[in-house]
Design a protein around this ligand. Sequence first.
Ligand SMILES: Nc1nc2c(c(=O)[nH]1)N[C@H]1C(S)=C(S)[C@@H](COP(=O)(O)O)O[C@H]1N2
Ligand SMILES: [Mo]
Length: 245
Amino acid sequence: MKRRNFLAAASAAFVAGCNRVADSAPGTRLFAAAEDWHKSAHRLLNPRDALALEFAPEDISPFFRGNGTTQPAGDYPAHEANGFEDWRLEVRGLVRHPLSLSLDNIRRLPQRTQITRHDCVEGWSAIGQWTGPQLSTLLNAAGLREEARFIVFRCADELAGAEYYESVDLVDAFHSQTIVAHRLNGAPLPVRNGAPLRMRIEKQLGYKHAKYLTAIEAVASLDRIGAGGGGYWEDRSGYHWYAGI
Ligand SMILES: Nc1nc2c(c(=O)[nH]1)N[C@H]1C(S)=C(S)[C@@H](COP(=O)(O)O)O[C@H]1N2
Ligand SMILES: [Mo]
């Protein structure tokens, strides 16, 4: 094919591609396109492996408020009553070695402590010191399969009858400040802040930080998880799946 013909064919294919996007499901498609744009623009301005700002002990907020669920129902009160001795965190899905970890197992892994600011889209922030193993340690121990592209976080609580859940891609999953926290400000997590385990994903907004963590699931696609939006609020409101800050 002559070069000019090749270019004409390529640009016709590009235009056809654009029409296909414009013709199908305007709302979700355009929303997804805008989100992709935000993601790549954000990536240029702020490399995704850059660290979130860390603070000094004197910056810690005197009270770290609870938001969303602050006291789960179901089996949770029984776990709370026996000090979460029987709590298990599963690492499952597209992994070679599924894990079921006790709190003791988690406390014995190499730990990271970081003082960071939590930003909730509802308009408040708080600075806290979090401790726990890096998520990468758990994922490396479980051994991700080639097909794994997202990590889903399962939670013990329900809001309006549906389980809370969240998800991130592998860039955020392996970020050095992404930890499975079991301590806040030097003490075990309070119930309102997600006891006994909660995610800290410091490069993302507050709703991504799943509390009352029961399982970490490696998946190839988010389509069949919840309503396919990648998280409880993403399924129900305009909250973006990629909530980078
Ligand atoms: N399981 C679970 N995780 C959750 C929520 C929730 O309701 N349930 N709320 C989210 C929101 S919107 C925010 S801002 C933070 C609040 O964390 P905090 O309660 O420690 O302040 O948790 C996030 N993780
Ligand atoms: Mo939030």
